[in-house]
Design a protein around this ligand. Structure first.
Ligand code: SF4
Ligand code: SF4
Length: 121
């Protein structure tokens, strides 16, 4: 499936200063993980840590930009749609807004026809 990279880059650029700052500031301290109920109910699977989720979604998008593939977007879509419910409970002492980052990931996925799949367990 063809990826509209221009559309993705435009969305990334519109939020660039804030998102890049948050990606840079993240100290990988994992403090946010304990406030994410999905992380705790999933037996502390590291893939459910808030910091992991943003690094492997928004972080990947900024890193790859025009090189992003449909497969990359499917992987990102799985994270932003299935591993976060945007409950806004995650706490970061540095003020990183995880839900805002996941929201941007969803917005970008939506433009490429990647939505939540309700047929998955
Ligand atoms: S998002 Fe904040 S709390 Fe979570 S790992 Fe990064 S710096 Fe630590
Ligand atoms: S917004 Fe997402 S990452 Fe933050 S606590 Fe809720 S489910 Fe976890």
């Amino acid at each position: 499936m063809k990826v509209n990279t221009s559309e993705i880059v435009a969305l990334l650029n519109a939020e660039k200063p804030k998102m890049k700052l948050w990606l840079k500031v993240c100290a990988h301290c994992s403090l946010c993980a304990e406030s994410c109920f999905l992380y705790t109910v999933k037996d502390r699977d590291p893939r459910y840590m808030p910091s992991y989720k943003v690094i492997h979604s928004i972080g990947t998008l900024y890193r790859k930009k025009r090189r992003i593939s449909h497969q990359d977007l499917e992987t990102i879509g799985d994270i932003v749609w299935n591993r976060c419910v945007l409950c806004t409970r995650c706490y970061c002492p540095f003020g990183i807004d995880i839900p805002a980052m996941i929201t941007l990931g969803r917005k970008i996925c939506r433009t490429q026809n990647i939505y939540r799949r309700y047929d998955e367990k």
